[in-house]
Design a binder for this molecule. Structure first.
Ligand SMILES: [Zn+2]
Length: 260
């Protein structure tokens, strides 16, 4: 069992491993001068239990102490006062934190990632901009937290929909390889994707270029002064035979008068 916990007074996670202690030890004097404690949870793959500095942050508290103390990164031991449960709200379903150890001297509240994924049947994907908690089976994003610092804090779900949820049809159109409206509508009706952003009449530039079977006409810079100076002609084939039995058509257009 290893911890990766803050160095006293620095507010960052130290790299040195630590283990549970069966006996509480005297706190070092450094712990008596604590920086203002931040209630934010932080994901920590190195922690071996959920830790929170304040019992009032938990939804359920019981007196039983699973461990009398925990060892932190600098080799010191900090006491455990209570154990309890907590919940992280998400737009889809609450995420449970079971058996949180209340450790008043911890600087950052830590989530034991292994236990979190097990208890909530979810996966966590870390990336350069934050992390996403996803349902293990459906892969739906339950929680997305963006961060720019060195840690992975659990930010509160905003009242406005998160980026994934407020995806417009045109964004899905681009993500899924530019399918037509009919395909997108069937994906929405089958609940594979959700487009709950306001619909805008968006014309896709890439589709216009890539799917059109006719090339665009370039504007002409020819200047004529009389009729019949330039005659444009075009021959085309109709897929449908005309009532007179014709299949081919020739058009002649006078450049000066535009008479066809
Ligand atoms: Zn397109």
């Amino acid at each position: 069992m290893h911890y990766r916990l803050p160095h006293p007074g620095q507010g960052i996670l130290g790299p040195a491993p630590a283990i549970y202690s069966s006996q509480p030890t005297t706190l070092p004097s450094a712990f008596s001068i604590m920086p203002p404690q931040d209630p934010t949870w932080h994901m920590d793959t190195g922690a071996s239990s959920h830790l929170n500095f304040n019992a009032s942050n938990l939804s359920t508290i019981f007196d039983k102490r699973l461990f009398p103390s925990v060892h932190v990164g600098d080799g010191k031991s900090i006491p455990v006062t209570n154990t309890g449960h907590s919940i992280i709200p998400s737009h889809h379903r609450p995420l449970h934190l079971h058996n949180v150890l209340v450790t008043p001297n911890i600087i950052k509240n830590l989530i034991f990632v292994r236990q979190f994924t097990r208890d909530n049947n979810c996966t966590i994907e870390f990336d350069a901009f934050g992390f996403s908690v996803k349902d293990y089976l459906t892969r739906h994003i339950l929680l997305r937290c963006d961060s720019s610092g060195d840690l992975y804090p659990v930010t509160k779900p905003s009242t406005s929909p998160i980026a994934f949820l407020s995806t417009s049809a045109s964004t899905w159109h681009q993500r899924l390889g530019h399918p037509g409206d009919q395909v997108l509508r069937s994906l929405v009706s089958s609940r594979f994707i959700s487009c709950n952003k306001e619909k805008t009449s968006h014309i896709c530039h890439a589709c216009q270029l890539g799917k059109h079977v006719k090339l665009p006409f370039h504007s002409s810079d020819s200047i004529v002064e009389h009729r019949f100076d330039i005659i444009h002609s075009d021959l085309w084939t109709s897929l449908i035979i005309s009532s007179s039995g014709f299949k081919y058509y020739v058009l002649f257009l006078d450049h000066f008068s535009h008479y066809l």
